[in-house]
Design a protein around this ligand. Sequence first.
Ligand code: ATP
Ligand code: MG
Length: 586
Amino acid sequence: MKAEELREKYFSFFKQKNHIIIPGASLIPEHDPTVLFTTAGMHPLVPFLLGEKHPSGKRLVNIQKCVRTGDINEVGDSWHLTFFEMLGNWSLGDYWKKEAIEWSFEFLTGKNWLAIPLEKLSATVFAGDKDAPRDEGSAKIWRKLGLPEERICFLPKEDNWWGPAGQTGPCGPCTEMFYDTGKEKCGSECRPGCGCGKYVEIWNNVFMEYNKNEEGEYRELKQKNVDTGMGLERTIAVLNGFDNVYQTELFQPIIKKIEALSAFRYPSFTAHCRIIADHLKTASFILSEKIEPSNVEQGYVLRRLIRRSIRYGRQLGIKDIFCHKIAKVVVDIYPELRKNQEFIFEQLIREEEKFEKTLKKGLKQFEKLARDNKITAEEAFNLYQSYGFPFELTQELAKEKDIKLNKRDFEKALKRHQEFSRIGAEKKFKGGLADHTEKTTRYHTATHLLLAALRQVLGSHVQQKGSNITSERLRFDFSHGAKLTQKEIGKIEEIVNQKIKEDLEVGCEEMSLKEAKKQGAVGVFEKKYGERVKVYTIFNPKTGEVFSKEICGGPHVKRTSELGHFKIIKEESPGAGMRRLRAVLE
Ligand code: ATP
Ligand code: MG
């Protein structure tokens, strides 16, 4: 079975069970600045799992593209990828364990569906602990469906429990479904859930039935939800009798291309090929979101993936620039990438050329530094600063030589450097944020209008990356992959000036950071804010309509009519994946 057939079957099965197909969300979370990528199908649906009404109803089905950077060290094994697709069906306070498990079983074993023989399947369920009882309900359903007792395994919280996402909130037990690859057991303790590779987890049903409260107690929830996730790549692999995901049609052409480009077989040739294939696929999908390689956030992860691929590529004897050649094969597999393919190829070429310039020198420098079997945080920082080695790359090189490197020390070195450059910047801009004159206060409010207008015109991926205000102008950095057109600039100016004309009111409220997030306030959600934050809202006092809501320390004007006329005077890029605007109030 091919991936496309599995996607179609999944949709048609759950449509039959009265589910509505909803689109997957963006790979870059839109409303949650606390995580860089969407890591599971449930992630974009959190508000609805918390009780918000979903416009499509209570039974939903979708496919969600996921990126899990947390699995990067697993990549190279048979089953873990950094990019994969998750098929999911959802009950928002509707059906419960019986239907969910029975339907999973029907889809997996049904003749018209996946037709997996019963002997191949096993399940794990929650064993119970002081917080919540053993999930006998799920186990009973599995027994009734014909799973023998020895293939229903009870496991603790680490394995069979989900959530809550934060300190408090909905959570509950899950039941995971495994496919037996037929391999020998790794020992007498080997059973479903064992990490040896005999049992592959293909699907997970989460039953959100508890709310963990501030006291740490687990109370039954009123709205109980079902959240399921089935891995597309793993499932087609096992359906075809493959013992790893790289044999599927979603990877074979990529692997073949890497083999064709390689000059020699390295000792760990297979793992190298897999890592390159995985990473460049993930990089292609991140690039298709118009993220550029950089030293911050998503751009940093992207850079890490590309540079790691390049290093492994060189070890396989690939001498020429090659990442874009692999990406071309990725685009052939996923037609949806075609739309932004030029951007993907261009960025890969640029990043590889950039890294190429310093890679050899950096490796030489590393060898020199490692001679005394020790690398200090400052040295790692220098490799990062001067040779573009992401910390993790240095760490990986060090590990090969049995040298330990601590990320926290590196971060300290990085911070020292950043503080240093910030002090420099503050010196340069004397009239910075500390200067609360009438003029700077006006610029401050204009900055909020600008951010809201940018998000309207360019999209909600736009996030503030930096701001600097003097009494003469504002400077604003934000995440966006492309140069702004004259038309976009005109539109942004128009919106800001319109809002100034409407004489909106600026209100301020104090609340917890959590509440601010809940209300959809934008802003830099970093530790530098205390638990309680100030939220400034710019709204129409007559209609109550909110134009902007931001976490911010202030100060601000009372009414937007105080601002005067807003004009953008310069647009440029301060670094990859970012744009910088300068604007004045006339
Ligand atoms: P594992 O224990 O194998 O890492 P998980 O428990 O982290 O899996 P879930 O978070 O339950 O997985 O995700 C739901 C499904 O998504 C899994 O059953 C699996 O099919 C798939 N999946 C999870 N992580 C990966 C990955 N890194 N690569 C490919 N598929 C994955
Ligand atoms: Mg995992």
